[in-house]
Design a protein around this ligand. Structure first.
Ligand code: PLP
Length: 357
């Protein structure tokens, strides 16, 4: 059996969820869209269900998967419905629904709903992706109230730059939000992971932590609060071949690495078809037989090479951690010029093995 696998520590997931709650004193929707950022949405939801205030996903397909697995907790659709026909399922399964556009508001007004729904009314406070214009916000709220189709409205917005703690942009977005929701007495929800970890002063009835649940930092710089998170996923494999090479020999596709001295090289069963980033360069950290080492040469589809020269105890069959509790996914992501969100979401082919359920 191929030794590549991802170990998922559900106890660490619960720990990180509790940190989100404790830091904010707010209710927290665990964001488990995109199959819980590659960690397996159903298993993660089951692990949190006893304590989570609810879950958030990207679309009704993801929400239905949770209900089919028996998850009864509230589930928010972060982009609401894509077609008005979904409203019947939203009612049937008690999903909570973001309204980010006027067309969605009109669809709710026109729909024949057998019971009223919970809407999270999204404001575009400056990110300019989705969300209602501030000038339309109060009217939209009143129209939803008047429609008779809605039992509860939560006011929400989303940050574009909350991971940049020295930027003014998030405070500006809060000011836009506060002005737009003036005099509306409803619960509010603004904070994603970077805002949960880095912006304690922002008002919240509900927070929406995603990446922090999985134990990865959303920040590029070192951050004390983020350092309390426990990595949930350990991506590991084994050394399947060892070679001793003299100086001057190329390794891997494109001969992108040439040995400068005699080297001992381990070949690991892990490649970009598993989601390991192909753009991770020579020097990207790995852990082998408990010691830090580095990737060398190009990552190929099913294999990659690492340096064993100074690690005599490492050899054929040694376990290699590509990321996890020792090698942070955020460090691998940074080396590959991407973010931990993407390297988690890209994970595929490897079996997910759970502990701490
Ligand atoms: C994905 C998402 C989140 C979670 O973001 P993280 O940075 O992973 O915490 C929160 N809110 C919305 C609207 C999202 O789409």
């Amino acid at each position: 059996m191929r030794p590549a696998r991802a170990l998922i520590d559900l106890q660490a997931l619960r720990n990180n969820y509790r940190i989100a709650r404790e830091l904010t004193g707010a209710k927290a929707l665990a964001v488990i869209k995109a199959d819980a950022y590659g960690h397996g949405a159903v298993r993660c939801a089951q692990a949190l269900e006893g304590e989570a205030d609810g879950f958030a996903v990207a679309c009704i397909e993801e929400a239905l998967e949770l209900r089919a697995a028996g998850i009864r907790a509230p589930v928010l659709l972060l982009e609401g419905f894509f077609e008005a026909e979904e409203l019947a399922l939203i009612v049937e399964h008690d999903f909570w629904c973001v309204v980010h556009s006027l067309w969605q508001l009109e669809a709710i007004e026109k729909a024949a709903l057998s019971k009223p729904i919970t809407v999270w009314l999204k404001l575009d406070s400056g990110m300019h992706r989705v969300g209602l214009h501030p000038a339309d916000y109060q009217t939209a709220y009143q129209r939803l109230q008047a429609s008779g189709k809605v039992e509860k409205i939560v006011l929400m917005s989303h940050f574009a730059r909350a991971d940049e703690l020295h930027e003014q942009a998030s405070a500006d977005q809060v000011a836009v939000f506060e002005a737009a929701r003036k005099d509306l007495s409803a619960e509010v929800s603004l904070r994603n992971s970077p805002a949960v970890l880095g912006w304690p002063q922002i008002p919240s009835d509900w927070v929406r932590p995603g990446i922090m649940l999985y134990g990865a930092t959303p920040f590029e710089e070192a951050n004390e609060v983020a350092a309390r998170l426990q990595p949930v996923m350990t991506l590991e494999s084994k050394v399947i071949c060892v070679r001793e090479l003299p100086a001057g020999e190329p390794i891997g596709y494109g001969a992108k690495f040439i040995t400068q001295k005699p080297m001992r090289v381990g070949v690991v069963a892990m490649g970009y078809a598993d989601g390991y980033p192909r753009h991770a360069p020579t020097g990207t950290p790995v852990l082998v037989a408990g010691q830090r080492s580095q990737l060398i040469g190009r990552v190929s589809m099913d294999m990659l090479c690492i340096d064993l020269t100074d690690i005599p105890q490492a050899g054929l069959g040694s376990t290699v951690e590509l990321w996890g509790k020792n090698i942070l996914a955020s460090d691998v992501a940074m080396a590959a010029d991407t973010i931990p969100y993407q390297i988690f979401c890209n994970l595929r082919r490897v079996p997910l093995l759970y502990s701490g359920a």
